[in-house]
Design a protein around this ligand. Structure first.
Ligand code: NAI
Ligand code: MG
Length: 367
């Protein structure tokens, strides 16, 4: 059987720097765990614009449709700020998400004990936290018609429409239940069924999909209460499934429970392909960080954790994903810190490559 395929799109700024560390980790799994991947690389964002005049070449798009998973670094930078909107680096990312139809955005909030002091919450509320928010990404109020600003009785009126079909709610729900099956088998669906018809439909459809996943414990919560519960007692959750707007806000809120932008991975999933794997793109939440790009200062952990998500959710390698996450937990517990993870007490931060070295060392020690 051939190896699963990965397309790496490192992008701009710190993207290539953090991706270099991911490539070493991928190499380690091939060598030490006989977990080989067919890795190919291509350009996205400003790098693609420089080479082809577009932020994503058609050939790259075709490759992305063909592989088992895409790993993306980051796009953008001041050099490209004045480009026409149609060729801005971000358009490359948006095209990937749209044409791969990546409708389920997964944002974990995971707290490494060694970094619990970074949280704005009390340490015991976040220590050991490990939850996942699944946000519907391709529909809802950001896309619904009618929309726009127009005049009515000599007054400007701004309109956006929340619109969800049952098919849209259902496919996201299936992705969320599948994840719950690979995790703690607990799913909380969040909407505002008390005041929104789309919320009533949301609740009904999620309840119907639940029949196919009887092992998962399902609960429903109004999204405003969900926001309160996330900061009051986040460990009560495992997987949360919510719509595009609520998910935008709740996932940013949940992610920051755990500290630095340099630690946050994400995944975007689509429909299952012929081989049963979902269409998938994995990427750190952070951007291209022009202020530190080219200086070897970037924290590679968000990008490495994105690869750990790929191991777990695209390749059914939960044990190896655990191994990688444990290696990161270990180096952090031993005091390894890039600049973004340093407190006011100071010290000498590790470089991007040194952090990669430390994680590879912890992986070796795990054998
Ligand atoms: P940013 O995430 O690039 O940086 C925000 C701050 O966090 C900066 O001070 C940066 O140094 C720091 N930071 C980010 N990632 C880090 C890491 N791994 N290690 C250490 N420090 C890190 O967001 P910003 O500054 O708003 O945007 C910069 C560029 O990135 C813009 O062109 C923006 O459009 C683009 N961007 C791209 C994204 C993507 O590719 N998915 C997402 C967000 C922004
Ligand atoms: Mg947001």
């Amino acid at each position: 059987m051939s190896n699963p395929s990965l397309l790496i799109l490192a992008g701009d700024g710190i993207g290539p720097e953090v991706m270099d560390e991911v490539k070493r980790i991928i190499g380690w799994f091939g060598e030490k765990r006989q977990l080989g991947f067919d890795v190919s690389e291509d350009l996205v964002g400003g790098a693609a614009y420089d080479a082809h005049g577009v932020p994503l070449h058609d050939d790259t798009m075709a490759k992305a449709q063909d592989v088992d998973a895409v790993l993306l670094g980051a796009v953008g930078g001041p050099k490209y700020d004045n480009l026409d909107f149609s060729v801005k680096p971000e358009r490359g990312l948006l095209r990937l998400r749209k044409e791969m139809d990546l409708f389920a955005n997964l944002r974990p909030a995971q707290c490494f004990d060694a970094l619990a002091d970074f949280s704005s919450l009390k340490k015991d509320i976040v220590a050991g936290l490990d939850i996942m928010i699944v946000r519907e990404l391709t529909s809802g109020v950001y896309f619904g018609e009618p929309r726009g600003i127009h005049m009515e009785d000599n007054m400007r009126v701004g309109i956006n429409t929340q619109r969800y079909t049952e098919a849209e709610i259902e496919r996201g729900a299936r992705a969320a239940f599948e994840l719950a099956m690979k995790r703690g088998k607990k799913l909380c669906s969040m909407e505002k069924a008390n005041v929104m018809e789309s919320g009533i439909l949301w609740r009904d459809v999620v309840t119907e999909v639940h029949k196919d996943y009887p092992e998962v414990e399902l609960s429903h919560m109004y999204a405003d209460n969900g926001a309160m519960q996330l900061v009051r007692a986040p460990k009560q959750f495992d997987v949360i499934y919510t719509d595009n707007l609520f998910g935008d806000i709740l996932s940013d809120c949940a992610a920051m429970l755990t500290g630095s932008l340099g630690m946050l991975p994400s995944a975007s999933l689509g429909l299952p392909m012929a081989n049963g794997r979902p269409k998938a793109m994995y990427e750190p939440v952070h951007g291209s960080a022009p202020d530190i790009a080219g200086q070897g200062k970037a924290n590679p952990i968000a990008c490495i954790l994105s690869f750990a998500m790929a191991l777990r959710y695209s390749f059914d390698q939960g044990v190896e994903a655990d191994r990688l996450e444990a290696a990161i937990e270990k180096v952090l517990a031993d005091g390894a810190r890039t600049g973004d993870l340093m407190g006011p007490e100071g010290g000498t931060p590790l470089s991007t490559v040194q952090m990669g070295d430390a994680i590879l060392g912890a992986l070796d020690a795990s054998l």
